[in-house]
Ligand binder design. Sequence first.
Ligand code: G1P
Length: 297
Amino acid sequence: MRNKVTKAIFPVAGLGTRFLPATKSVPKEIMTLVDRPLIQYAIDEARAAGIKEFIFVTSRGKGALEDYFDQAPQLESELRKKDKTELLDVLESTNMESGAIAYLRQHKALGLGHAVWCARRLIGNEPFAVMLPDDVIAAEKPCLQQMVEAYEEVGGNMVAAMEVPRDKASSYGVLDIQEDMGAMVSVKGMVEKPDPGMEPSNLAVIGRYILTPNVLGNLNKMRAGSGGEIQLTDAIAQEIGNDDGVYGFRFRGQRFDCGSKAGFLQATVSFGLARGDLKDDLRRFLTQVVATEKAAE
Ligand code: G1P
């Protein structure tokens, strides 16, 4: 019987410079798609996959994230006084069990691999998930849950994977495919942000991982890789050829790159259109905007 995956690391130490000036005082993970912060989507996805312990790797200026997951007694008592039960329910859905979230700081911005390594003592000797909240995935069955189910079958190290246009591959970790089994591929190599034209395939790593504790051991000895940073991709790649191996998992769902402005806007529109209370007005508005644009061409 395989160990259950119950812990997830959320690397949230990044400065979010692509969203300045907004991120001058607001962590980018608090930025909202419709009315829920990015981090809430990640937490909901993790919960659906059976995660019980949530480890946030933060940095200076991320206090708003801790407040977000705290009780809000004054707000709650005001809402209760006014009998706003629906809003109280909304708040309730953000409550976390006491002790379920741990926050620790990455003291130096040395890369994603280093951020994950910072959580090593809280992970111990168990498989664990890593979720990058910038990657928001809309899916009927949440992406991490799909991965946990696949992991229960095959074990090993698993990364979410998605085909991307070749000319975009250099923004991602890219898989060198050993065997393509459809939803799953076995991997014989992984390259972080390959130079244009040097990508081994167009199958890119997306920010969901299920990893063995060996990867943390590999990070103990890591040196800087692509971009001068300690890369998670390199530490995972070291497991290729070992007993557990590395798999790419083609998830079912639509991924939005909410670390970019274009991706964030697309996610906002898409999540708005998925909301019963907003979709009719939004669709009408979008149709109008497109028609006006076309007429002006
Ligand atoms: C990180 C990973 C990269 C992965 C990407 C997915 O890169 O290092 O392997 O493909 O997330 O979003 P970042 O986008 O943080 O530079």
